[in-house]
Design a protein around this ligand. Structure first.
Ligand code: FPP
Length: 247
């Protein structure tokens, strides 16, 4: 397949990815799980490059879930170190490619080193505008929704908001993705077909694409395949086919 097949006029503005299968990939190679995560970094570069080349404006990656804290201590520590190293190593490349870094999730729960690296990466890339790379870290959709509902309840309690003011828009604005368009496409790798507490509110209308490829094997071509599949689907938003056909 070539990039020629892709309609550059119909690129999703926001693509979200559940990077899965690092552990299984490593096991298949007779290696420890962290070896899979280390190799997954190259796949992050590939997905980011493919997204940037196609004109995607936001790429959100599920790098560490709230539930991932339950993994063995060594794996959690190794993942955090990998994140710190990767962010610090990649900042120049991110700037060269005008990539803006952002993070969503319970960032205060991350080790201090990780918070510092993120802060550094976010500050140093804040002026870039070609694409925004959003890392979901210590993130879960239910955590985010609970935090958002608390903000709204507090605003109502303090009289800054009336219950009637609660709308889909005000709920969106209370989430960590406030101001970011909802993803039109969600990709999950490794053949698993679950959402796993990722962006539950935001993916209301997203196309779901499940790739059998384990994340460390995921390459630009696989990303393009997902975009192509997205373009071949008809997005109806609850309407009937005839209402959306413009030609
Ligand atoms: C899921 O595979 C992957 C993760 C929980 C971590 C993803 C992290 C990276 C690719 C590292 C670098 C990321 C950035 C953004 C710098 P799994 O371990 O759940 O695999 P399994 O289901 O086969 O066990």
């Amino acid at each position: 397949m070539t990039q020629m097949d892709i309609d550059l006029e119909n690129i999703p503005e926001h693509v979200a990815v559940i990077m899965d299968g690092n552990g299984r990939w490593a096991k298949d190679q007779g290696q420890v799980r962290i070896y899979g995560h280390m190799n997954g970094v190259e796949s992050v570069r590939e997905a980011l490059k493919a997204a940037t080349e196609l004109g995607v404006k936001y790429l959100t990656l599920y790098a560490f879930s709230t539930e991932n804290w339950n993994r063995p201590k060594e794996e959690v520590e190794a993942l955090m170190n990998l994140l710190v190293d990767t962010i610090l190593n990649e900042v120049n490349d991110l700037n060269d490619n005008s990539v803006r870094l952002m993070a969503i999730g319970d960032l205060e729960s991350l080790p201090e080193q990780c918070q510092l690296a993120l802060k550094e990466g976010i500050e140093q890339t804040s002026k870039n505008d070609r694409i925004t790379l959003i890392l979901a870290l210590s993130y879960s959709a239910r955590w985010e929704l609970v935090a958002g509902m608390k903000k709204i309840a507090q605003a109502v309690k303090e009289g800054r908001m009336e219950p009637e003011d609660i709308t889909a828009e005000s709920i969106s604005s209370s989430l960590s993705t406030a101001g970011i368009p909802d993803p039109e496409l969600l990709i999950r790798t490794s053949g698993e077909q679950r959402i796993s507490n990722f962006l539950l509110w935001q993916i209301a209308y997203a196309e779901l694409y499940f790739s059998p490829v384990n994340w460390p094997d995921f390459r630009k071509e696989n990303f393009r395949e997902a975009i192509l599949e997205y373009q071949n689907r008809e997005r109806r938003f609850g309407k009937v086919s005839e209402q959306i056909k413009t030609h």
